[in-house]
Design a binder for this molecule. Structure first.
Ligand code: TYM
Length: 335
């Protein structure tokens, strides 16, 4: 069976963007049953950007695990674990550090954004981040990677690394991965500025829905979301140049599992005063149970740690032989 891999950073807080762009898709792929699904909390990526207190990293990882399960990931159906427990990721990443070129990394827009002007002060890990990400995927020979729009460039680099490795060593070993960037909400935008991505690092809490928000907070943030004064269009073209309107329609489509065209057929002509309460009801119905379940699971830290350890064992069984074979290909001597 083909294999799916994806990861989320335990950098603290999950947003509606993470849910619609990633987690909900992970659940769909798990439940489709057509792929083996491997989902990872990438704690080694989470320390690349800034110093994280050890207790914070640990708490974030457990909270993210609770989020995965509350959103519908079933540890009996998917492999669920944190990256650092499976050393093969970092081991393969070293090989990929020697395959990837400096120029490739320098072109990454996420590197440029996160390192900013003072890139001399960024960590070496932040620069090498995409090579570790390629290793996350390729150490399982995963062929499909569900992600939001913002990870597209990293997945292209993953393909480049696989192609160059295969070429340099004259093998057909690593698969050329397909990004799966699908659905109506692959790029959920801020509620305060429809041209900015919804992000857990935005200083304004009103700009996003957190997966830990309760029903009141969810409804209030939607009520206050920035909009324009026009009624909703009945066709997709009518959303051009209306980023805030488009974002709310995309979110409605994502949560209701419809296309944008289907949503507009239903809500076209309505004012936001009418559409926002519809969206708020839908969001509360879909998201509030997740936040309740997350809170419940967080009371059971031992169980979370057991799930992660079990998932790590399953992951290692797949990754270890692939790493061993990689070492053989590269010429690293061992028994
Ligand atoms: P991260 O942790 O920033 O985000 C996790 C996932 O959520 C998606 N996402 C969004 N989707 C739609 N709208 C948004 N506003 C939004 N914000 C976030 C992201 O696209 C992502 O799918 N580099 C990755 C983690 C990673 C990974 C991997 C992913 C490490 N190794 C291997 C796939 C495969 C990251 O930083 O995602």
């Amino acid at each position: 069976t083909p294999r799916v891999f994806s990861g989320i950073q335990p950098s603290g807080g999950l947003t509606l963007g993470n849910y619609l762009g990633a987690m909900k898709r992970f659940v769909d792929m798990q439940d489709a049953g057509s792929h083996e699904t491997v989902y990872c909390m990438v704690d080694q990526h989470a320390i690349t950007a800034k110093f994280l207190e050890p207790a914070t990293l640990a708490a974030n990882t457990r909270e993210l695990c609770a989020g995965f399960i509350a959103a519908g990931i079933d540890p009996a159906k998917s492999i669920l674990f944190n990256q650092s427990q499976v050393a093969e990721h970092a081991q393969l990443a070293w090989i990929f550090n020697c395959v990837a070129r400096m120029g490739w990394m320098q072109r990454m827009t996420q590197w440029k954004d996160k390192a900013g002007k003072n890139s001399q002060n960024a960590s070496l890990g932040l620069f090498a981040y995409p090579a570790l990400m390629a290793a996350d995927i390729l150490v399982y020979h995963a062929t499909h990677v569900p992600v939001g729009e913002d990870q597209k460039q990293h997945l292209e680099l993953t393909r480049d690394i696989a192609i160059k490795f295969n070429h340099d060593y004259g093998v057909d070993f690593f698969p050329i991965t397909e990004p799966v960037i699908e659905g109506a909400a692959t790029r959920v935008m801020s509620f305060r500025d429809g041209t900015k991505k919804m992000s857990k690092s935005d200083p304004s809490d009103a700009s996003r829905i957190n997966l830990t928000d309760d029903a009141d907070a969810i409804a209030k943030k939607i009520r206050k979301a920035k909009t324009d004064p026009e009624a909703l269009p009945s066709e997709k073209d009518g959303l051009e140049d209306r980023p805030e309107a488009r974002n709310l329609v995309n979110i409605y489509a994502g949560l209701s599992e419809q296309t944008v065209a289907q949503v507009l057929a239903e809500v076209g002509g309505k004012q936001f005063s009418e559409f926002k309460p519809m969206l708020a009801d839908l969001a509360v119905a879909k998201l509030a149970p997740i936040s309740t379940e997350m809170a419940r699971l967080m009371q059971h830290q031992d169980e979370i740690d057991k799930i992660l350890a079990h998932g790590a064992n399953q992951a290692r069984e797949i990754a270890a032989p692939i790493l061993k074979k990689t070492y053989e290909i590269v010429g690293m001597v061992g028994a």
